[in-house]
Design a protein around this ligand. Structure first.
Ligand SMILES: Cc1cc2nc3c(=O)[nH]c(=O)nc-3n(C[C@H](O)[C@H](O)[C@H](O)COP(=O)(O)O)c2cc1C
Ligand code: SF4
Ligand code: SF4
Length: 397
């Protein structure tokens, strides 16, 4: 039987599903509710010495038709002071003395602001710090955001300040908005960082109201770029997780677009040892933890693995560069013609995708193997899911 518990940085988590820093972790009542529901741990809403007011319109849901594709948030740090957080943490500890609590922190570009913050916070019963290097107003708002995680020297300095003031483990939540994350992650490790969260959100402008011409989300007629988070962040954060895991030995928490146990499993396979979740806990509700835990446990059993740790990095050997591809290996689309409902969706994508390999014969789709390029577009649009890709030499034998 598989067990979900993990040890991360020496801290015992009952399962690897951690609530990410943000509105769901903004106070003790929400965190206590989440822990009762079974979440493995929580990262507190980012705390600074100077509590902040939140913008009037702080999060925009990005839609395409009826589907939600993510959020752009311009929310600032917690509106609670360090002392208020002390009371919140005590309340959580009354009900959950041992469930891992990670304090997310940010400060100014000066040692005193970080050192005072961690010195005060570590008096409370927390397990670790998470340095929010993706906070997009680090140096004050310059209109389009500046992130600590984009500035290698300053990040290294800040890690050093925090480590000089605390013995608690330090996780650095990296920014995805960089050309190469590895030198930044390496500088953080060299300065004393113990682990990473990969990653915070992508900087983006949520949208524009095309009639009022106001950027979205907006406050009193003006707007700024914010953090795009949710499903579209997942491929970016997965890539950064894989690259960090291939280059450095520090453990990683995957973060970005986890909505299902399958999404979480992907992060493990590319090197994460736990995952953080934010949008899914809001959109699907905190009870989503039930499906995450039961689905992941059954998956581990099907894979004959005993713990989530057994899955860490298992896909990494299969992630290669373009030059390592065997370009002579070819796939071709096939379909079960007896199940075709004649919707013609595959014909449209193949035609407009550039290959013209499918045509309708009566109400049935037919594939011309000589024209099929093996692109794989058609199999994702087929409503009854009767198309699959097979190696070309299999059908030509
Ligand atoms: C409205 C909003 C507020 C957030 N506040 C914080 C924050 O205070 N600190 C932080 O580190 N991340 C914050 N995040 C980012 C989340 O912690 C998380 O990294 C991000 O949403 C990606 O995870 P997801 O795709 O599962 O939502 C916030 C995100 C949103 C949308
Ligand atoms: S795999 Fe690509 S080229 Fe082949 S039939 Fe499908 S859409 Fe056309
Ligand atoms: S998409 Fe599927 S069901 Fe529709 S025509 Fe093509 S093979 Fe048939």
């Amino acid at each position: 039987m598989a067990v979900l518990s993990i040890k991360f940085l020496g801290i015992d988590f009952p399962n690897p599903f951690i609530l990410a820093s943000g509105p769901p972790t903004a106070d003790s009542s929400q965190i206590i509710g989440a822990f009762h529901s079974g979440w493995g741990g929580a990262v507190l809403k980012t705390i600074s010495l100077v509590p902040s007011k939140h913008p009037a319109s702080e999060v925009l849901t990005i839609r395409s038709g009826r589907l939600r594709w993510g959020s752009v948030g311009v929310e600032s740090v917690s509106d609670k002071s360090v002392d208020q957080w002390g009371e919140e943490i005590d309340r959580i500890r009354d009900s959950f003395p041992n469930r891992p609590l990670i304090a997310s922190i940010t400060g100014e570009n000066a040692p005193s602001s970080w050192i005072e913050l961690v010195s005060r916070l570590q008096q409370f019963p927390i397990n670790a710090f998470e340095l929010n290097a993706g906070y997009s107003n680090f140096e004050g708002d310059v209109g389009f955001g500046t992130e600590l995680g984009q500035d290698i020297q300053t990040l290294a300095k800040v890690v050093d300040w925090v480590k000089s003031a605390s013995d608690l483990p330090l996780i650095v939540k990296l920014s995805p908005n960089v050309t190469d994350i590895i030198p930044i992650a390496r500088a953080a490790v060299d300065a004393g960082a113990d682990a990473f969260t990969a990653t915070s959100g992508l900087l983006g402008v949520g949208g524009v109201d095309t009639y009022s011409l106001k950027p979205l989300p907006w406050e009193n007629g003006v707007g700024l770029s914010g953090e795009y988070t949710g499903p579209g962040l997942r491929p970016v954060a997965l890539r950064w997780t894989a690259l960090i895991a291939k280059s450095l030995s520090a453990p990683i928490i995957g973060c970005g677009g986890v909505f299902t146990w399958q999404d979480a499993a992907e992060y493990f396979t590319v090197g994460a040892s736990a995952v953080q979740i934010h949008n899914a806990a809001i959109w699907e509700g905190i009870q989503i933890i039930d499906d995450l835990k039961s689905g992941f446990e059954r998956y581990l059993e099907r894979m004959k693995l005993s713990t989530p740790s057994d899955l860490v990095g298992r896909a990494l050997p299969h992630i290669v560069g373009f030059n390592d591809l065997d370009l002579d290996f070819k796939l071709v689309a096939t379909l079960d013609e007896s199940e075709c409902i004649g919707c013609e969706l595959c014909v449209r994508v193949c035609n407009d995708g550039g290959f013209q390999a499918i045509s309708m014969v009566g109400d049935i789709a037919k594939i011309d193997n000589s024209k099929c390029d093996g692109c794989g577009l058609c199999i994702y649009v087929c409503p009854p899911d009767i198309m699959e890709m097979v190696p070309r030499d299999q059908i030509e034998r």
